[in-house]
Design a protein around this ligand. Sequence first.
Ligand SMILES: [Ca+2]
Ligand SMILES: [Ca+2]
Ligand SMILES: [Ca+2]
Length: 442
Amino acid sequence: MRTWGWIALGALALASACGGSDKKDSDVAGIDLVGTDATGTDTAQPDAVATDTAQPDAAATDTAQPDTAPVEHSSSHAYKGHENDTDMTYFINVYGNAWATRLDDCQTCHRGGEVTSNGKTVFKNACDTCHLVIHPDATLTGNVPAAYVDTLNPYGKAYLDAGRTKDALKAIAADDSDGDTFSNADEIADLKYPGDPASKPGQTVAPARTFTWDQLLALPAHSEFILANSTKQQYDFYATYEGVKLLELMKAAGVDPDDPEITGLTVIAPDGFMTDVDMSAVKNPFPAGTFYGGLDTATLGTDCGFVTYPDVLPADVSGGATIPGTPWVLLAWNRDGAAMDTSVLDPVTGKIDGEGPYRLVVPQLTPGKPDRGLKYSPTQCNDGYDFDEAADHNAGSMVRGVVAVRVNPLPAGVEDLDFQNGGWAFIDGKEVLVYGHGVTVP
Ligand SMILES: [Ca+2]
Ligand SMILES: [Ca+2]
Ligand SMILES: [Ca+2]
C-alpha cells in the first residue's frame, strides 16, 4: 500500500478543501469573508472545453483588505477560482512551512460540517458549505451558513477579529483558537488545523484500503450512457462510462452500506476538489434519462450547437427515446470504450486537465434535456435549449482525477488524508484509496 501523507482531522472535522480545478466551472468570484454577492453556480470541475479564464492569483483586488504588504510568494492551492487568495497568501508568507500543504487552502479558515437533509444527517465539506451562501438549499436545516462569516472556523474568526492582515496572523499565533490545547503556531508547525479541535498532533491514521487498477477492474463492472449537463461550460455531452458502482466499491472495502452511522461519502481529487455523495444516491439506481440528439455544432452550427456526442452512439440509443439501462453513481475507468486521459495539474492555473484514470460519474437525479451554458445564454437560437436554472446540472458533481473516497464520519480522533501531498502519487499509480468509517483493513 502506498504511503500517504496524513494530516490530523477528526470525526466532525473539515476534511475538505477548495483548491484548483473546480473553479473553472464554478466561478465563485469574489468569495471572501466580507463578500456580499457572487455569481457562481456550481462547483464543477471543467468539462472538455473550459473557457473560464479567471485569473488564478496575484491580481487579487479585494478592496476590503487594509494590508498592502508586499507578497513574497503566492498560495499554491487556495482560491484559484475565487479571484482572491490574499488571505491565504498572507498565511503562507507568515507560515512558510505550510506552503503547498493542505493547510495552504480554504479549510484552514473555513469550516465544513453536518447539516440535516430530509431528516437525515449529511456531511458538507468546506467548499459546499461556503457555496450554500451563494446557492441556498431550502431542503437543508441545522448548521447552515447564512453569510460568509458563518463559514469561518474558530481560527478564521480569530484572524478576522484580529484585523485580517499578516500582523493579525502573528498576533494570534500563540493563541489556541480551537481550544484543543495546542497553540495555533504549534499546530501549523505540525501541519495540523488550528481551527479544528479534532485536528491536533499525535493522531493515528484512518482505516484505509488501497485499490489498484487491476483490483478495481476485477470488481463488478457497470456501464451506462448518460448526459453530463454542465452549468457554465459551453458544451454538455453524452458519453458511455464504465466503472464500478460506489455501492460495490464500499462493499469491497468492507463497509456496510446500510450502517446507519454513515453520513455519506466524500469523493476527492488531488487538486482539492471534492463532492459529497449521499448514501441514498449510492444505494439506489437513478432514473433513466432521455436522449436528445442533433444538438451538436455539426447540426446546429457554431452559434447554436452545444452538445458533444461520442463518435459512435450505443446501438440501442435513439433521439427522443428513454435511454436503456439503469444509471448508478460510478467510479468510472473508461469513457466511450477507452481509458480516460490521465489528470494532470496545470501549473499555471492550479486546475486539473484530463479526467482519468478515474472519474466520479453522477447521473441526473432529475433527468432532462441538455442546456446551453450560463455564460453562453441567452442566444438567438430560439429552440428552448438556452440555460435553464432549474435543470439538473449533474456534471458539477462528476469529480475528475478521483484519488480517494472518504466514508463519513471519520472515526473520532484519527487523521484525515493529506491528499494535496499524497494525491498525485495515486494518479500516477492509478490507485484509489477508500478510507474512513467502517473500512476494514485486511
Ligand atoms: Ca489549537
Ligand atoms: Ca486543532
Ligand atoms: Ca448545460
